[in-house]
Design a protein around this ligand. Sequence first.
Ligand SMILES: Cc1cc2nc3c(=O)[nH]c(=O)nc-3n(C[C@H](O)[C@H](O)[C@H](O)COP(=O)(O)OP(=O)(O)OC[C@H]3O[C@@H](n4cnc5c(N)ncnc54)[C@H](O)[C@@H]3O)c2cc1C
Length: 460
Amino acid sequence: MKFPLLVIGGGLSGIAAAIRAARFVPDVLILEKHSRIGGLNSYFYRNKTLFETGLHAITNYAPPEEKTAPLNRLLRQLKLKRKDFSFCQQYQSEVTFLDTQSLLFSNDFSLLETQIHEKFPDCIDKFQRLLIFLDTLDPFLPAPFRSAKTLLTEVLGDKLLTEMLLCPLMYYGSSHENDMDLNQFAIMFQAIYQQGMFRPQTTIKEFLDQLITHYLSFGGKIKKNSKVIKILHKNKTVVGVELHSGEIIECDNILSTIGNDETQRLISSEPVTLLPRLGFTETIFRLKADDRLKLPEKKTIVFFNTSEKFSYKKPTDYVDYSSGVICFPANFKGIEKKSHFEIRATHLANYAKWKAISTDKKAYADQKVVSSYKTLTCLQNIVGNFSSNIVYENTFTPITIERYTAKIDGAVYGSPQKVKDGDIGFSNLFLAGTDQGFLGIIGSMLSGVSIVNKHVLPKL
Ligand SMILES: Cc1cc2nc3c(=O)[nH]c(=O)nc-3n(C[C@H](O)[C@H](O)[C@H](O)COP(=O)(O)OP(=O)(O)OC[C@H]3O[C@@H](n4cnc5c(N)ncnc54)[C@H](O)[C@@H]3O)c2cc1C
């Protein structure tokens, strides 16, 4: 059978793209290398207990009546009913630069404005000017890289406020070391500060199951354990793919969501030049719900920095513990109480260091234990003691990301060079997802939808 559209990758961008296309043409086929869908935002089981791999919070919260907000637009494009989902908003999050300053923010933007007014009184007028500037910027117009850090430093005239505002946006969506593309900054500023964060009442598994059931109802198909090893093409036109099993699948169009360089490697055996990428570790600590001690109950996410200079770059050691993200997935409004309570922590990590020991099982496992211990120490300094109540902990490294999603260098946010229009020089092969430039769950899903709308639907 010849498929009208193959989607390579069953992460959130691939699933969203496939649903959008299947609404108009059934027989869309998702090819996913792993036995599970979801990509970076998936799940796994330990001792029959489900753990989420990635979900801290979804950005871009919007109430149902805000029809043009990205969240509601996305649901409409996918023909999903908002009432079929139960979304729980964050309580309050914090950026804390230890011993110096803290800024609280929530889904009510006025909290951040008040905080800046109180804590950076000299900057509040300048901050308002920044808002006016961001209002006039169209971040979706193609533009070369412009430094958000330079702009913020110029407009705000305050290094600390600049770094504190950048910290959450970089951790949740910058593939550049120590900076961010201005357009990406504007998108993330709106997504995180102006609109805010939420999560589904359910686990990511149930969320993904809902999406896949919906996709299958349009006649879409999915093939798991199906790694694409070659994209077959002639005269800049693709004709099909070859799977790891040797199976050939013919198609009219392909949408790849696995990354630009990763896709180029399927097109040709020529080596690709790689730009430096950022890796992360994520550690999950699980406590019994009744043993949550004095841990914050109404704080959802804490973005922290403990060093003189906030450094968002590849560390020289395995992990940089001086900054990171702490998430309490139970601290969302209205979320049902579970038998356990989790704390998740993200730090920047060095892929090459982890790679060098990854074939030595003991050295790798030992280093994960060291990393988990250091993360714990760091977290306890910020949120209070909980070590004696941990019932389970697990750390994943850039090697885990590489193993399960085949991202080069295990880089969550892919290459720093993005292909904004999804056009990689073929008449019927397009790029969506992480390397198209929209990051995070809503960003990657909107990426899938927008590339299907722009390039694929006109051909189907
Ligand atoms: C620890 C962590 C926490 C995160 N937390 C959040 C959060 O709280 N909120 C948020 O908004 N975002 C979060 N993110 C980011 C978010 O998960 C990603 O930006 C988004 O899911 C990317 O989706 P994607 O579809 O573009 O890529 P991916 O999820 O990487 O999907 C690509 C898929 O392609 C498959 N694949 C790769 N190569 C092949 C091949 N050759 N053949 C077939 N299939 C292939 C992979 O297995 C994968 O399933 C987090 C990420 C991580 C790692």
